[in-house]
Design a protein around this ligand. Structure first.
Ligand SMILES: [Zn+2]
Ligand SMILES: [Zn+2]
Length: 170
């Protein structure tokens, strides 16, 4: 279990030390129900803000502290002036945080409700690149398959050559 208070303090301090002015956050809640959302920032009627963080971030040891900080900072930045959307000011501040501290704060979902994150699992990354030795055509594969195992026997559909070099992406 990660130290929620310590992570919260660090994310607030990192933002302040970068010279970014944040809004008035009146509540932080650890959400145990949200399964697909890491964080959320809601603006109250009086102009204050309420932030929710998924409990999974704190309890799941596979998730590094840096990822938790990134979610917290992502949400806190929504409390800055004109920053409820993931463009304009929010993007500008996120860029500052990424540049200054090496964070990787991203906006994630297009079209999500204002301030509501839908952290769907990321698209699978390319795992293999096969290059035809005949014509240089490339084939990209995200997972193991009959082709990735038996590529030596497959002919290139462009030039007919049966010769590939395989590169594993890590
Ligand atoms: Zn957001
Ligand atoms: Zn070829």
């Amino acid at each position: 279990m990660k130290d929620f208070e310590a992570l919260k303090e660090k994310s607030l301090n990192d933002i302040k030390n970068a010279g970014i002015q944040i809004g008035n956050i009146v509540s932080w809640e650890i959400n145990k129900r949200a399964k697909t959302r890491w964080g959320q920032c809601k603006k109250n009627i009086d102009g204050t803000y309420a932030i929710q963080i998924s409990s999974t971030l704190l309890t799941d040891d596979r998730i590094p502290e840096k990822a938790v900080l990134e979610t917290m900072i992502h949400e806190i930045l929504h409390t800055c002036k004109d920053s409820m959307k993931h463009s304009g000011s929010w993007k500008h501040y996120a860029d500052i945080m990424n540049r200054t501290y090496g964070y990787n704060i991203k906006r994630i979902t297009k079209g999500s409700e204002k301030g509501v994150e839908d952290y769907k699992s990321k698209p699978m990354a390319i795992k293999y690149v096969f290059t035809c030795k005949g014509c240089g055509a490339k084939i990209y594969r995200k997972r193991d398959s009959k082709f990735t195992r038996n590529y030596r026997r497959y002919g290139c559909t462009l030039c007919g050559a049966v010769a590939w070099s395989r590169h594993t992406v890590d």
